[in-house]
Design a protein around this ligand. Sequence first.
Ligand code: FES
Length: 79
Amino acid sequence: MEPKIAKKGPYMMEMQPGKYYWCSCGQSANQPFCDGSHERLNTGMTPVEVEVRYPKTVAWCGCKHSKKPPYCDGAHNKL
Ligand code: FES
């Protein structure tokens, strides 16, 4: 199953330290984070756990095709 393209571009967000679960399936209504939809829809995909250690801006992948998940690598430009 191919992930759904949630957005053709990154979600740029100011992040605080903490643990986050990036949605890899593209089905979450709470992009770019997992809301459990991957399980409800039986996508066979699971979120990527990330620990942010200090406050910073993160470019979360929105198209779900990045080769460096959960971060944007410009893959949306080729979709
Ligand atoms: S909702 Fe997409 S990985 Fe959980």
